[in-house]
Design a protein around this ligand. Structure first.
Ligand code: SF4
Length: 213
């Protein structure tokens, strides 16, 4: 119930990945964020291992230690391409504080690519919402001079399999999801998904009374 307490005391903290999970199922957001249930699946453990591997590879090749602000500036001034891995960010919005950790940010003089590493699959709305959330967070926290793009990258081959320019309409999607998250934190009833495939892949499927399959 950590977030309910935060709501009473201060602005509630919302995590980008939790907000994006509303696109998957409001009930799973409720179980995780309001009830504080933490279950771990085999896929989640594999994902953590894969991200640790990618971080170690990145650190082996890294030559510079810069803040993200310095990296954004250096890319422009020295016309360089730089990449930053596992970037934690926080930004304050009107009614909430948004936070998240971006897998990788690739910075060129003209563009910033916010990259999420995943096993290559269909591009789900929750994946897009997660990247829209990171891009909004990045823009709000750092307001870079470069244009922001978002991308999904296959964590095995390290090839980009989906990308988009970040637009205002994407920011609105995140803001609407964040408002819905606040409503649920304030007691609005969460709606379980109607998509049985979501239930098949859900970490809460063994305990959820609304499960469709
Ligand atoms: S089992 Fe289905 S309804 Fe229940 S939380 Fe998971 S996705 Fe939602």
């Amino acid at each position: 119930m950590k977030n309910l307490q935060a709501l009473k005391n201060n602005k509630p903290e919302l995590n980008v990945s939790s907000v994006a999970s509303l696109k998957f199922c409001e009930q799973s957001f409720y179980l995780q964020t309001v009830m504080g249930l933490k279950l771990t699946s085999k896929e989640m453990v594999n994902g953590l291992q894969k991200h640790e591997e990618l971080l170690q590879k990145h650190l082996e090749k890294a030559e510079l230690e810069l803040t993200i602000e310095q990296a954004l500036q250096k890319a422009i001034v020295e016309k360089q391409v730089l990449s930053v891995r596992e970037l934690p960010l926080k930004a304050v919005f009107n009614n909430y504080l948004l936070k998240g950790r971006i897998d990788e940010v690739l910075i060129t003089p003209e563009k910033v690519f916010i990259i999420d590493d995943k096993p290559k699959s269909k591009v789900f709305d929750s994946h897009k919402a997660q990247l829209y959330g990171y891009a909004l967070l990045f823009k709000k926290a750092l307001n870079p001079a470069q244009h922001i793009f978002i991308a999904l990258r296959d964590w095995n081959s390290q090839t980009i399999y989906w990308e988009q320019a970040f637009k205002q309409e994407h920011a609105l999607i995140v803001e609407n999801l964040a408002m819905r998250a606040l409503q649920i934190l304030n007691g609005s009833k969460p709606l379980p998904t109607s998509n049985a495939n979501h239930c098949k892949n859900c970490v809460f499927k063994t305990i959820c009374k609304h499960r469709k399959a």
